[in-house]
Design a protein around this ligand. Sequence first.
Ligand SMILES: *Cc1c(COP(=O)(O)O)cnc(C)c1O
Length: 396
Amino acid sequence: MSNQNGRYGSHGGQYIPETLMNAVTELEHAYEHYKNDTEFQHELEALYHDYAARPSRLTYAARMTQDLGGAKIYLKREDLNHTGSHKINNVIGQCLLAKKMGKTRIIAETGAGQHGVAAATVAALMGMECEVFMGEEDTRRQALNVYRMRLLGAKVHPVATGTATLKDAVSEALREWTKRIDDTHYLIGSVMGPHPFPMIVRDFQAVISREIRSQMMEKEGRLPDVVMACVGGGSNAMGAFYDFIGEKNVRLIGCEAAGRGVHTAETAATIATGKPGIFHGMKSYFCQDAYGQIAPVYSISAGLDYPGIGPEHAMLYDAKRAEYVAVTDDEAVEAFEYLSRTEGIIPAIESAHAVAHAIKIAPSMSKDKIIVINISGRGDKDCAAIARYRGEDIYE
Ligand SMILES: *Cc1c(COP(=O)(O)O)cnc(C)c1O
């Protein structure tokens, strides 16, 4: 599907102040050049392989398949990447691009801290300055990740505006970029923001679906019937879907965070509860109040706790090419525990949202069908919070 002028159907675009126009245009031109540059692509591949530990494995979930008694289940293991999630794919790509553009400083937003840690990691690797904007509330909830970022040499700026969470961190990073664009690249963490970011992040994450395709051909001699992934901004899902968009027999399912339920105010399910709007430089679906203001969102999973969804997902939804379902905190926590004891894999609580939906649909599918679940990250970071959810207090 095309993204002419950064449009995805009626979504996407560049809704930004004049002061940022030069920066995004410079980025667009640089990316158009380097994406076809063989040296750039070779460097990128070498970093994916030698530093991030790609290709990530495709693991057959034998016990889960047997237990559910229906479709055959495979897990795409982004949890095995360096820093423990898919975020590194995008960060390596954008840092390499920024370096080629002569930038010496990276700024980034982060919610739970996963993207901030990945950004600080690759900035250290490449000898770049790194500053991370993080909601003040999140710096308290994720103190360990704040320490990690500092250990890696990054500066962390707590953001006290608004609800002091992820959306405010994105706003602050955009403001900071406006102030200093000459030496600074804004390393956005998901398939969102103004064009060309949704395209760039998707392209760097698309390595996930290219690998799934070749690994499936090798293991099963055919493509999967279903590919599913959790959706916050939507980068791991876009990466897992992208190479299959033209394959009409591959069902694509995005799993949003319903939080305490889509009929409560404590939800982050954008497709289920949102309306079209414009925010953070893009047109897409957003959770809004009765006055069209961005609504506060909630999920047990900090990585899915964003009031919008990337514009290409909005288009895939409108076109009915992908389905979007909502998964509650309760269901995700059960899936977190289920995958741990059934396969010996502790998934990120974000990824557990996709596992939960697979648990729902696999039993009624026939045994010759194949589901691939993208395990976007590992769950070590979530153990303390899930223990607390279950009424246990463990030392963090
Ligand atoms: C950040 C994160 C997500 C959510 O971001 P997307 O852009 O929707 O992929 C999901 N899983 C993990 C492990 C994350 O760190």
